[in-house]
Design a protein. Structure first.
Length: 525
């Protein structure tokens, strides 16, 4: 079986498991149990592989003796936690919990203890990564059943289903399969959840495009940031483009939804991103931003603003406090524009936040709803600020139906602080897609073409246009792609010369026939 076939088979099985174990519960409300169990298996095998393949056969007492040898933790155990960021006793490994799950009347208790153990055995720097990671995996939830027995039965079914998945030997290819399976599950949950799913998951093809646009032309990338990171898919796509390299500072994100915040941290770990290489924080990016204050802690805990690469698909037209909070107009992120984004549409608040966090040589690529590009009022004033200060490099109009939960055609706004000219590039990529029944999709060829046009800045009729600063001012700072890229006419093209030639021939024929008629009439006079 080829690697592609193995992935396809694994994805088919894992979705079948996810669908079977949820019963009558909505998949969206049950996702944390399946995703959490997959993650639990991954980190169990990670720690067992690190210590030794037979670690699952060790007794907890043996391990405890290692801990009890001195007040100070032995170096070998310290090194495990320093390397992986956590520790699990043998009895709490996934394989040992799963093998007797159907006969274990205390299954919910054992799982809870395992999750608590993961949080307990961390170090100063890994604690924020693992703290509360399983908080949504509520083993007492009524979603699992009405009684303890029913809850344990469903938990056992989840454990057994995940245990039966064949990932092969624990090596890099297996780690990739774990990550692929997790992303596949998130994608399917998002697709089935509609709008609510689209708020925390960006389709892989769009993630790839955003990352390539933001990374393009940058020789040294030290830090990557997503201010509304959802499940972390954009950060991981950027990492993939950089060949999974470790960055001097790392990967950063902030997420407002607690469940999604947990999914993002799991997603990073499942893709073999070491805890020292990322920092996902919980909170409101607009009102309580992080990564903007100095810290004495090294590397990932240190001050990390500004960022070289910013990629984001923030929530569309979300409400925020705006002008109701008079302190916000003095915030260094919003003050330069002289106006706040409207209370009903916080889109430009995210844009200004990203701009403030962007390094002088960096790029930000942000998904935007089209309305913010042409509406008047505060949004027009913000566009004026961005254009007058030459921060807008490109605006790309994408096809409709690319995102879960919305059929609207969205745009990508590319920001830069080191542009060479005051022109702004507009790209109409609305026809670059494969049409589907419910959703459209981008292919690798589409992505390559868009990035190629972005890089070259070449003008192509009906597709790209480099608009001058003066023309944008003349259009009252309207940044709609359709304002500058001429649409291709669907009307039939008429060849005037051919029509005139045909008309001459028709007139000549009419004159000839008239002459014949006149001759016949004259004959009978």
């Amino acid at each position: 079986m080829s690697s592609m076939e193995q992935r396809a088979e694994l994805q088919r099985k894992i979705w079948q498991i996810a669908d079977n174990v949820r019963g009558s519960i909505d998949g969206w409300d049950f996702k944390q149990y399946v995703l959490g169990t997959l993650f639990y298996r991954y980190i169990s095998e990670l720690i067992a592989n690190y210590i030794g393949d037979d670690y699952h056969t060790w007794s907890d007492e043996t391990v405890q003796k290692i801990f009890d040898q001195s007040v100070e933790m032995p170096e070998n155990v310290k090194f495990i936690i320093a390397s992986k960021g956590f520790f699990l006793f043998p009895s709490k490994l996934f394989c040992n919990i799963a093998k007797d799950a159907h006969r274990n009347s205390n299954l919910n208790v054992d799982l809870k203890e395992a999750f608590e153990q993961i949080e307990k055995y961390t170090n100063e720097y890994s604690e924020p990564v693992f703290k509360g990671l399983f908080s949504d995996f509520d083993v007492t939830s009524s979603r699992l059943g009405a009684t303890a027995a029913e809850k344990n039965k469903r938990l056992a079914a989840i454990l057994q289903g995940i245990a039966d998945l064949n990932f092969g030997n624990f090596e890099e290819s297996k780690i990739d399969l774990f990550g692929d399976a997790y992303e596949f599950l998130i994608s399917n949950y998002a697709a089935n959840a509609g709008k609510s799913g689209g708020e925390y998951f960006t389709p892989p093809q769009v993630s790839q495009l955003l990352a390539r646009l933001a990374i393009h032309g940058q020789k040294n990338v030290n830090a990557i940031y997503d201010p509304a990171c959802g499940s972390g898919s954009l950060l991981l796509q950027a990492r993939k483009l950089l060949n999974k390299k470790e960055l001097d500072k790392g990967y950063f994100g902030q997420e407002i939804n607690p469940t999604t915040y947990n999914l993002a941290r799991m997603n990073m770990l499942l893709h073999d991103v070491n805890y020292s290489q990322f920092n996902i924080s919980l909170g409101d990016t607009l009102l309580k931003p992080v990564f903007n204050e100095y810290s004495q802690k090294p590397k990932i805990q240190a001050k990390n603003k500004p960022f070289d690469v910013i990629v984001s698909n923030p929530p569309y037209s979300v409400k925020w406090v705006g002008e109701d909070d008079p302190t916000l107009i003095g915030d260094e992120r919003f003050a330069p524009a002289g106006v706040l984004a409207p209370k009903k549409n916080a889109d430009f608040a995210f844009v200004l936040h990203a701009l403030n966090y962007l390094s002088e040589t960096g790029k930000a690529s942000i998904v935007c709803f089209p309305g913010i590009l042409y509406r008047v009022g505060p949004e027009q004033n913000i566009r004026k600020y961005l254009v007058d200060n030459n921060y807008v490099e490109s605006i790309i109009s994408l096809s409709d139906k690319l995102f879960f939960g919305t059929s609207i055609s969205v745009n990508i706004l590319v920001l830069s602080k080191n542009k060479k000219t005051k022109d702004i590039q507009f790209i109409n990529a609305s026809e670059f897609c494969v049409k589907g029944k419910n959703n459209n999709s981008l292919t690798d060829e589409h992505i390559d073409k868009i990035v190629e046009m972005f890089a070259s800045k070449e003008e192509i009729q009906y597709v790209t246009k480099n608009a001058s600063y003066e023309s944008i001012v003349a259009n009252d700072y309207d940044l709609s792609v359709g304002k500058y890229v001429e649409p291709k006419s669907t009307r039939e093209v008429i060849d005037i010369d051919a029509v005139n030639k045909e008309l001459v021939e028709v007139v000549a024929e009419v004159n000839r026939l008239r002459a014949e008629v006149d001759a016949l009439i004259a004959k009978f006079k």
